[in-house]
Design a protein around this ligand. Structure first.
Ligand code: PLP
Length: 332
């Protein structure tokens, strides 16, 4: 039986601790446990953030990390917005590259990859600090080898269109922090049970935003439409990469507000496609939307041609099969 995405780990991870004034020398330690005080700030007040990026094996045996600069700067942004101790971006970059290098031999060949999970959290044993930041912190880089995301078959997803709820507090949306995922969990579980959907597409105030763990793109002919960046949702690295590739392929990229009404009108047309973008799947096709109890088919209801074309173009860069003309790959 295939193991679930992200449930296998390399035996060691790199780690550093902030004591209130400086970060300790990076160490490699066993990845199966860390010791924390039960009063640790992160466990009570969610002073925690993380990243998700991938390293790929190329045919010549080299290992490349995809868009590490973007993930490191997003981590720095999350840390800043959560009042966590600052981490130097060059230091984090080197720590990630060194960790992957240590396990270079274990990076799976495409369509697999090494998923990288840098994690930062407040460790101060201080349950009285509900309204004050943690003085101390921990940062580690955990690795998880992953196989083919579509091994079970590439199928078009069903989404519940939710215009009556939020994924998370709007000012927190662009922070990659656990609390945001916990906040989306119950509405997602409810939607799965009641509507047999895969995910919820959150559309606060009737504007299409994102799902619990991916950005949303509407592909109508040669135009890609997706919400423009604001603080209410996560600024996906895959979203940015797919938009760049779409523009390279001569498609029109429209970053703007998209209302539920406009989306439902557009998806009814044959040839319209919708997809979810994220590091895990790259682009996952959406075939059906459920809105106010009614089912709406997206285009032909199956896997969109342009979705697959864009996904293949991005995979080809990641896997070293086409030129990395934007300089997205970093050698370990
Ligand atoms: C809430 C949310 N939105 C969007 C994304 C996509 O981001 P990225 O493409 O950087 O993986 C993720 C990815 O994990 C996510 O959790």
């Amino acid at each position: 039986m295939a193991t679930a995405f992200g449930s296998v780990f390399m035996p060691e991870m790199s780690i550093t601790w902030f004591d209130g004034s400086s970060w300790s020398a990076v160490e490699m330690v066993p990845s199966d446990s860390i010791q924390l005080h039960p009063g640790a700030h992160a466990l009570h007040y969610s002073s925690t953030c993380f990243e998700g990026l991938k390293a790929f094996r190329h045919e010549d045996g080299s290992i490349k990390v995809f868009r590490i600069d973007r993930n490191v700067s997003r981590l720095a942004q999350s840390a800043r917005l959560l009042a966590l101790p600052e981490l130097d971006e060059a230091f984090v970059t080197q720590m990630i590259l060194d960790t992957v290098k240590k396990f270079a031999a274990d990076v799976p060949a495409p369509p697999g990859s090494m998923y990288i999970r840098p994690t930062l959290f407040g460790t101060e044993p201080a349950i009285g600090k509900a309204a004050a930041p943690s003085d101390t912190a921990c940062f580690y880089v955990l690795l998880s080898p992953v196989g083919d995301y579509f091994a079970g078959g590439d199928r078009a997803l069903r989404l519940l269109v939710e215009d009556n709820g939020l994924r998370c507090a709007p000012h927190n949306g662009m922070i990659k922090s656990g609390g945001n995922y916990a906040s989306a969990l119950l509405p997602t579980m409810k939607a799965k049970a009641e509507h047999n959907v895969d995910q919820v597409l959150f559309c606060p105030n009737g504007d299409v935003q994102e799902t619990g763990a991916a950005n949303f793109l509407l592909i109508d002919g040669d135009e890609v439409i997706t919400r423009s960046l604001d603080e209410s949702f996560l600024h996906g690295v895959t979203r940015d990469s797919v938009l760049t590739i779409a523009a390279d392929l001569g498609m029109k990229v429209s970053e703007r507000t998209l209302s539920v009404d406009e989306m439902l009108e557009r998806i009814a047309k044959p040839g319209c496609e919708a997809a979810l973008s994220g590091t895990a799947a790259v682009l996952a096709p959406v075939g059906t939307m459920v809105y106010q109890g009614k089912e709406h088919q997206v285009g032909n209801g199956g896997i969109g041609e342009t979705t697959v074309k864009l996904r293949t173009a991005l995979n080809d860069i990641q896997w070293g099969k086409s030129e990395d003309k934007h300089g997205w790959l970093t050698d370990v």
